[in-house]
Design a protein around this ligand. Structure first.
Ligand SMILES: [Fe+2]
Length: 231
């Protein structure tokens, strides 16, 4: 898929649900930071970036009344939301996307290691590897992003999210994937992503999609071992 088409699809989704914009960018950057620990294969990183950027493309087809509902979803509404991985996969197939890495990440990002996820209830090694790692990234972002009930996000919320990931290690998430992400977080390399996008700084330009490191600010990350304590 061309970078232009990726950007167009992500832009359509952002226009429908603005809260998705920051989420998409953070998960793209977390995913890249994690993958760069394992490989410097530029092509692989690019394909992974597209998969992460498009993981919620299926939400374009979810009715606004459900997607943007401020309150708690009913069981029926949640069933509708749960269609987004398959809807996204189908949409990409209609656009002739053939890369299994992208397709699998979009379709399987809500599968769980113990088989209790959706849409296909895959378990363990049957879940494509990129989706297993992405599930950890996605969960961390869900637990550390600004919500109606969570106005501030800092190291405390992030530490809590890390504890939660650890307690689901080998249950909901692949143990190795949790370990790799937690190690990365503890090395201080993710704090800038957490801080940069929580409405304190302008969103980066989507032109930066091809080079995520371009959007990294020069200030030290929040959880860097030697960064000064916030006032
Ligand atoms: Fe999702």
């Amino acid at each position: 898929m061309s970078p232009t088409l990726v950007r167009s699809l992500v832009t359509i989704l952002e226009a429908k649900d603005i809260s998705t914009a920051a989420h998409t960018w953070r998960v793209v950057l977390y995913t890249r930071a994690l993958a760069e620990r394992f490989t410097d294969d530029h092509q692989f990183l690019q394909r992974l970036t597209y998969g992460a950027a498009l993981h919620h493309v299926g939400k374009i087809e979810i009715p606004d009344a459900v997607l943007l509902k401020p309150g708690k979803l009913t069981a029926d509404e949640f069933e509708i939301i749960k269609q987004h991985p398959t809807l996204g996969w189908e949409r990409l197939r209609r656009f002739n996307e053939a890369d299994p890495l992208v397709l699998n990440l979009v379709r399987h990002h809500h599968e769980r290691w113990d088989g209790a996820g959706y849409p296909d209830r895959l378990a363990g090694d049957a879940i494509p590897p990129a989706a297993r790692y992405f599930a950890v990234v996605d969960a961390f972002d869900a637990m550390t992003s600004i919500r109606p009930y969570r106005k501030e996000v800092g190291p405390e919320a992030a530490d809590k999210a890390i504890d939660e990931l650890m307690s689901n290690r080998g249950i909901r998430y692949q143990a190795d994937a949790v370990d790799a992400f937690v190690q990365l977080y503890r090395s201080g390399q993710l704090g800038w992503i957490l801080e940069y996008f929580n409405d304190r700084c302008p969103m980066p330009d989507y032109e930066a999609l091809d080079n995520c490191s371009k959007v990294r600010p020069s200030k030290p990350p929040l959880n860097a071992p030697d960064s000064p304590k916030p006032e």
